[in-house]
Design a protein around this ligand. Structure first.
Ligand SMILES: [Zn+2]
Length: 121
């Protein structure tokens, strides 16, 4: 994992401890790391959820990224992970706010298009 991600998203403090680099503290959206939380800021609930995901070997990221080579499967994974237009839009906005590189911009566009498709007619 990249070293530049060790600034905590919540308090903005740089954390030099290896714990902050643990994937358990990373915040993921659609297979992209958007930042990480220092152990102090991570709520007990977030911590518990991360532990459960880790234990069953099923992370949100894993679900999305393993389908990366198949665009249809990738879209299905995104829709399974973010099942409502509201969640999809919210995650797209968070991702757009966190990263501005071109692949991310493409992904954000895809998620916004999917959210529009998911709206009931
Ligand atoms: Zn923090």
């Amino acid at each position: 994992m990249s070293r530049k991600l060790i600034r905590c998203m919540r308090c903005g403090k740089r954390c030099r401890s290896e714990a902050a680099l643990d994937t358990r503290n990373a915040v993921w959206i659609a297979g992209q790391v958007i930042g990480s939380l220092c152990p102090t800021c991570q709520t007990p609930q977030e911590n518990a959820e991360a532990a459960v995901r880790e234990a069953i070997g099923e992370t949100e990221t894993y679900r999305v990224t393993r389908a990366e080579n198949d665009p249809h499967e990738y879209i299905r994974s995104l829709m399974k992970t973010y099942p409502t237009p509201e969640v999809m839009r919210h995650k797209a906005a968070e991702l757009a706010a966190a990263r501005s590189d071109e692949p991310t911009a493409n992904l954000v566009g895809l998620m916004q298009a999917l959210a529009a498709d998911m709206e009931p007619m």
